[in-house]
Design a protein around this ligand. Structure first.
Ligand code: ATR
Length: 287
């Protein structure tokens, strides 16, 4: 089977809610390919490596990985990309004969979503100013690595449990870690604020960021919430009200997917308004 026709999947547990099949099958259709990207649940109790070997035998050539398997995937690979190695998690697997190669496109996808938002709003280059990252989970890890690689001069990190933020030390140069309560004064001079915590998600309390804290960011800073349920979080509403550039979580979702697709099919698919609208319509059906 050639790489251009092999099956693709999103691995998770549960995985039926994933929008990755919609996104990737849209791109496959544009290439005249059948919709071979499918959800693939793997029970965390199962032998993960063995499950991947069964996928290879069944004709899969690539897979994305989501919660709760990104670290298990990291440990099951024969080879890793530099980003996956640094992040310590894998979101993209290539089945290369009997070998498993892992990559992580989350951080680079995040950076691509910032660049797209910056260009669309004719904003300033967010790479030139410090960035403030809220949270210290898996998403924060990928984002911090990518911000470091992008050359951001200082990366400020705060998390409710400070020890989890301290454990991220070394992921990038110029990291500064502080208490969760310091988030309101650490915005000073930042060109980017990104919320990676679950605050603001459906069913969760809003993230409290006083107007003055947003006012201390650089003018027209990027303010990003990486969740997409809801699409317009209280933080993004406040961002727009204070004259900053709001970046929702669909950008990162779409851009990380495009980078995975490129790994498997050798061609970066377009992330355009038509696909974004299709995704928004699909998400609205669930709401
Ligand atoms: P992911 O892997 O998707 O990034 P995660 O590992 O579950 O998600 O991390 C969730 C983040 O939201 C963590 O930074 C968490 O803080 P703790 O490390 O202290 O648990 C943060 N978070 C969750 N609920 C929060 C709350 N009520 N206030 C502040 N931070 C919260």
């Amino acid at each position: 089977m050639s790489a251009s026709s092999g099956k693709l999947a999103i691995i998770g547990w549960p995985v039926s809610h994933s929008r990755s099949p919609l996104i990737h099958n849209h791109w496959l259709a544009a290439r005249g390919e059948a919709p071979v990207y499918q959800p693939y649940p793997i029970d965390p109790k199962d032998d993960f490596r063995r499950a991947l070997e069964q996928m290879a035998e069944a004709g899969f050539v690539g897979a994305n990985v989501t919660v709760p398997h990104k670290e298990a995937a990291f440990n099951a690979m024969d080879a890793l990309s530099a980003a996956a190695e640094k992040i310590g998690a894998v979101n993209t697997i290539s089945f290369e004969g009997g070998r498993l190669r892992g990559a992580n496109t989350d951080g680079d996808g995040f950076v691509a979503s910032l660049d797209a938002a910056m260009q669309a709003a004719s904003g300033q280059d967010w790479r030139r100013q410090p960035a403030l990252v809220l949270g210290a989970g898996g998403a924060a890890r990928a984002i911090i690595v990518a911000l470091g690689a992008a050359g951001v001069p200082a990366i400020r990190v705060v998390n409710r449990s400070r020890d989890k933020a301290e454990a991220l030390t070394g992921l990038a140069d110029n990291m500064h870690i502080d208490d969760w309560s310091a988030r309101t004064r650490m915005t000073e001079g930042c060109g980017l604020l990104v919320n990676t915590t679950s605050l603001g998600m459906v069913g969760q309390p809003a993230l409290e960021m006083p107007e003055a804290a947003l006012g201390a960011l650089c003018p027209r800073a990027l303010i990003c919430d990486i969740v997409y349920a809801p699409l317009e979080t209280p933080l993004l509403r406040a961002a727009r009200a204070s004259g900053h550039i709001g970046v929702d979580g669909l950008g990162m979702l779409l851009q990380q997917a495009a980078l995975s697709f490129e790994i498997w099919r050798g061609e970066r698919p377009p992330v355009n308004a038509a696909l974004r609208d299709k995704l928004i319509a699909d998400l609205a059906q669930e709401a």
